[in-house]
Write a protein that binds this ligand. Structure first.
Ligand SMILES: [Zn+2]
Ligand SMILES: [Zn+2]
Length: 843
């Protein structure tokens, strides 16, 4: 029995042994200072929220990053591979409410649990650089940045809408609004309230954020497209229509006229405007509705529809409704009178909250006008006078103006320019670029976040907290009720403060910052995590930045990745760094699903990493996460697959343990002249090295890398008799086994460490040089050439790589399938393209 046990791969014995050794060696995964002289490589996985449990999505994300980090260490790079915790946020407050555990305690114990899981997985993080965003040593720098941005005019306050539960008497986060009601009061409708809120002026960088995307060619195109759409740049024209005075029919354009400013990207179509459409929130709508109770009720309905669509998260797909106001606007170019409508699809915060509707030349306007019977007037015709009139709506820019008075015959582009000039000259408009991107609202009426470092003084107004009073520390152990307004507002010791300007009594800001602030710059802190005088030393950040490879979920394609790009540009303009962008390359891994659905507690399809590790070991779990699908695709978790990988690792273990004694008798590389089975095996080895090395350089088909290692192991096992008979010389055995272990090291760190030791190596496998493929050896001596008859593929023929055309022809003619099809026929001609093709012309 004892003997049998010894022959069994036992991760439960191997893995804890190495775990202990690695834990005792903090230098193993530590980044070195710039002076080490090696090229640097910064590989980073997005930091998790400390929920208390890793899920399989984490395991996959970290397995990708860890494989890359290990590979780069073996390639001789100075690698920074850190990990941290995005540790502020609402769940800690919810947990406090539910379990009566203080948020800090809850969060820190979750961090400890997840850190243990990460270590158990064998992830090679430099824990000396760990960053925890909820600790004052970190968030003081959020406050410091806030103040620097305030000084630069990048922070401001304005009234903005928040979700308000009248029952709780407090602000709700979007995720606390369920079907329009409070999450705790299921029948209480949530209101929108205006509150003074803090904003970061990200729009000041809108153009640069957009332009920078063109240079990020190491980012997925999908992410760049999402960011471009989010930033949403439109070139167009602001134009003032004039409100017709009611009852008078007066169309004079006096200076006292009320202006309705619209934004349009197609001012060339303005002669086709047959209505003006206002957002329900537009100031004029309120004025019209005040005098018209029926209109007021109708506008209320439009607002409700808009709110529901916003909550459903699909404002773009709202079913379009509108109501006429009974009022009219005057087109400034031709004095024409058009009705004013209010519509639910016009957004108050896009452009000016008002548009001109040109049904003949806009899909959306066409749909609306058709529904409500509004006039549709063509003003753009095909540029080719001989062509048929294009069907409406005709939205092309490639046309000429008609029915547009003196502008008839102008091209769309020329007309836009001309009409913009007229608007500017007559002071009723101007050329304009607008962005969909809005300033970043960072105020949260929450406890578990970074306190905003501002003071309200009756005498001095807004007073920034002086730098030497940072950090503004969150009071510990406060009572969390999530009722009755901001939690910090009830902590009098926190709120009451002496004004730094006048020394009088003042009031501290009680809002905390959006947690996206924490994750906007955390990766800079990793380069100098213990610095208590600055967020980081610029020289250190400059050495490590930009990040060479950033890895995370595509769900962060917009907010996190736009905010952190913004933050980088702000820090650059503060003189703290020189890079324009945080990450040179970005990789977005696919999701881990089970039975066709995302893993979730409610579906009961969650697979726990701990269970997998207990059953199959960390190596098999990680390696399966890389093997089961290309890293950018979704992975459908199959436990059978994990068991299969575990069996494969067992085969590797048995193979290497069996022949390690032979390998250890040699100390040199195999000779250049190999033949027979050892040539075959070494060729396969060097082909495998070449493939995996190439994949690590950017293709990242780790699934096929693992498959290639499996093939190599199959070949070795198939040669077991020859290996056992000593037909493969010891130096070749040594190279085969050593290289196999090195190739496996990024994917299965525990087993590699164990087998490396088994091969008699004393140093860490992580510091062993990555094997180099010998191109000569990797080259196949035979290749397959397709054989065609009259241009149709019939078979392939195996020939020597350097075979002469005559020999290839002979081989092709000797093929059974070729013989069968040429029997009794006349081979008129044979065309041989060496290494590529044989074509027989047969009659
Ligand atoms: Zn409530
Ligand atoms: Zn004061």
């Amino acid at each position: 029995m004892a003997e049998e046990n010894e022959l069994r791969y036992d991760p439960a014995a191997i893995e804890p042994k190495w775990l202990e050794q690695w834990a005792a060696d903090p230098a193993l995964y530590a980044a070195e200072p710039a002076s080490c002289g090696k090229p640097k490589y910064y590989v980073l996985e997005m930091l998790p929220y400390p929920s208390g449990q890793l899920h399989m999505g984490h395991v996959r994300n970290y397995s990708i990053g860890d494989a890359l980090a290990r590979h780069m260490w073996m390639r001789g790079y100075n690698v920074l591979h850190p990990m941290g915790w995005d540790a502020f946020g609402l769940p800690a407050e919810n947990a406090a409410l539910k379990h009566n555990t203080p948020p800090r305690e809850w969060t820190l114990s979750n961090i400890a649990a997840m850190k243990r899981q990460m270590q158990r997985l064998g992830l090679g993080y430099d824990w000396a650089t760990e960053v925890t965003t909820c600790l004052p040593e970190y968030y003081r720098w959020n406050q410091w940045f806030f103040l620097r941005m305030y000084e630069k005019g990048l922070v401001y306050r304005k009234k903005s809408k928040v979700n308000w539960c009248p029952e709780c008497a407090t602000v709700l986060a979007n995720e606390q609004v369920v079907n329009g009601c409070c999450w705790r009061h299921e029948t209480t409708l949530v209101d929108q309230r205006d509150l003074e809120q803090w904003f970061f002026r990200i729009t000041a960088y809108a153009q640069e954020l957009l332009d920078g995307l063109d240079k990020l060619d190491g980012w997925p195109e999908k992410v760049r497209t999402m960011q471009r759409n989010w930033i949403g740049r439109s070139e167009g024209t602001d134009v003032d229509f004039f409100l017709e005075e009611q009852g008078t029919g007066n169309r004079e354009q006096g200076s006292e006229k009320t202006r309705i400013r619209v934004f349009t990207t197609r001012v060339d179509t303005i002669f086709g405007a047959t209505s003006v459409q206002l957002a329900p929130q537009h100031a004029l709508v309120a004025a019209f509705a005040a005098a018209d109770p029926e209109l007021k009720a109708q506008v209320g309905e439009l607002l409700d529809q808009q709110k529901k669509a916003r909550e459903a998260g699909d404002l773009g797909a709202i079913e379009k409704h509108g109501v006429p106001t009974g009022r009219f606007a005057i087109n400034p170019y031709n004095g024409q009178r058009v009705p004013i409508w209010v519509a639910n699809y016009i957004l108050a915060d896009y452009g000016t909250g008002a548009i001109m509707s040109v049904p003949a030349h806009d899909e959306r306007d066409f749909e609306f006008a058709t529904k409500y019977g509004l006039e549709i007037r063509r003003v753009i015709a095909s540029a080719d006078p001989a062509a048929e009139e294009p069907a409406l709506p005709f939205c092309s820019h490639d046309g000429v103006l008609v029915n547009s008075g003196e502008y008839d015959g102008l091209s769309c582009a020329d007309a836009q320019k001309k009409l913009q000039e007229i608007a500017a000259r007559d002071a009723f408009g101007e050329a304009k670029v607008i962005f969909r991107l809005k300033d970043w609202g960072v105020s949260r009426q929450r406890y578990w976040g970074t306190p905003i470092p501002m003071i309200h003084c009756e005498k001095d107004g807004l007073v920034p907290v002086p730098d030497d009073q940072l950090p503004v520390v969150l009071p510990p152990q406060i009572e969390i009720t999530q009722q009755g307004g901001s939690p910090l507002g009830r902590v009098t010791d926190f709120v009451n403060v002496t004004c730094p300007e006048c020394g009088g009594p003042a009031r501290r800001e009680t809002d905390t910052m959006d947690t996206f602030v924490d994750s906007s710059w955390y990766f800079y802190r990793y380069t100098d995590a213990k610095n208590s005088n600055a967020p980081y030393e610029p020289a250190k950040a400059q050495y490590w930045f930009p990040i060479d490879q950033y890895i995370g979920g595509v769900e962060h394609a917009i907010l996190h990745l736009i905010y952190s790009r913004f933050w980088t540009k702000v820090m650059r303009d503060l003189g703290l760094i020189v890079n324009d962008e945080p990450a040179r390359r970005l990789f977005t891994q696919g999701m881990v699903i089970k039975d066709g659905a995302k893993m979730s507690k409610s579906k009961g399809n969650v697979v726990s990493p701990d269970d997998m590790i207990a059953k199959y070991g960390a190596d098999a779990t990680r390696m399966y996460a890389l093997f089961a699908a290309p890293p950018d695709r979704d992975l459908d978790w199959q436990e059978d697959g994990v068991a299969g990988v575990s069996r494969f690792l067992g085969r590797v273990w048995r193979l290497v343990t069996k022949y390690a004694p032979v390998a250890k008798t040699a100390s040199e590389s195999p000779s250049k002249t190999q033949s027979g089975v050892s040539l075959k095996l070494l060729r396969k080895l060097h082909q495998t090295i070449a493939k995996i090395t190439l994949d690590f350089e950017g293709r990242w088909h780790f699934n096929t890398c693992v498959a290639a290692i499996m093939e190599l192991v199959n070949d070795l096992q198939a040669a077991d008799a020859q290996l056992a008979a000593g037909e493969v010389p010891a130096p070749a055995v040594r190279e085969l086994l050593r290289s196999l272990v090195l190739l496996l090291a990024p994917f299965a760190p525990y087993l590699s460490a164990e087998l490396w030791e088994e091969l008699g190596e004393k140093s860490s496998v992580l510091r062993a040089p990555w094997p180099v493929s010998d191109a000569e050896l990797a080259k196949d001596d035979e290749l397959e050439i397709p054989v065609q008859i009259n241009g149709k593929l019939v078979t392939v023929v195996r020939v020597a790589v350097d075979a002469a055309p005559k020999a290839i022809e002979a081989a092709a003619l000797a093929e059974e399938k070729v013989k069968a099809r040429t029997a009794g026929k006349n081979v008129v001609k044979v065309i041989v393209v060496p290494k590529k093709l044989v074509n027989l012309v047969v009659k």
